[in-house]
Design a binder for this molecule. Sequence first.
Ligand code: MG
Length: 243
Amino acid sequence: MEKSAVMALVFLAALTSVVIGQETEMKPEETEAWDFVPPKVTPGTEGGAPSDAILLDPTAWQSIEGGENPWDVKDGVMTIKPGTKDIRTKKAFGNIQLHVEWRTPNLGGNSEGQDRGNSGVFLQQFYEVQVLDSHGGITYGNGQAGSIYKQYPPLVNATKPMMEWQTYDIIYSAPQFDKGGNVTSPASMTVLHNGIVVQNNSILKGPSVFIGYPRYQPHGDLPIYLQDHDHKVSYRNIWLREL
Ligand code: MG
C-alpha cells in the first residue's frame, strides 16, 4: 500500500474514534425519537379480530353494480353463487393488514389447473392474491394459491386440502402516484398463507392481468374485491386494520 493511502487510513481511524468519543458524551435522546406512545390494541384469539380492526362481515360487501351482496350467506360464511360476479367492500381502503379465511369446495376428481376452487382476493380492486386448490392440482406457479397472480409464485406451497379452512394474512402497501400519474412508489405485499410466509415484500409490477404486461393506472383508495370465478369457494372471518 502506498504511503498516502496508509496515512489516509490512519486519519480515518482517528476521526472515527473522535466521533465515537463525542457520541458517548451525548444523551440518548439527542439521536433518537422515543416519546411516541404506541396505541394499545387488544389482540384477538384464535384468528379473531383485534380491538382496532374493521370487520368485513357479509353486510360490508355489495355487488359490483352497488346492489345487495349477491352471494350465499349462512352463519357468517359467504359462498360464491356462480354467475353473480365479484363482490366488493362498500368502503375503500389504502394501506392495510388484511385477514381472510377461505375454503375451496369438494371438487371431485376431475378438475385440473385453474379449474380447482378458483377465486381471488383483490387488494384495491386491481391486485390479486390467488385463491385456488393447489393442494391437489397442478397449474402454473404464478397462478397457484398464494401467488400474486401472474407476477409472483408463492415461496412455498402451504395449501391445505379442499374443504378445509385456510387463512391469508396480507400486509399491503398501496401504490403512490405523483400529480402527473407517474408511480412514485409501487404497491407491495407480504402474504402469510396458513401462517407461512409465501410473499416477502413482493413489489408489484402493476395490476393483475391475464395476458400482457401490467401497467399502473393512478388511483386513490379503492374497495377490496373477492372474485367469482364460477366455483363455490367460501369466505369467513374477514377483517382488516388500516395502516
Ligand atoms: Mg383467481
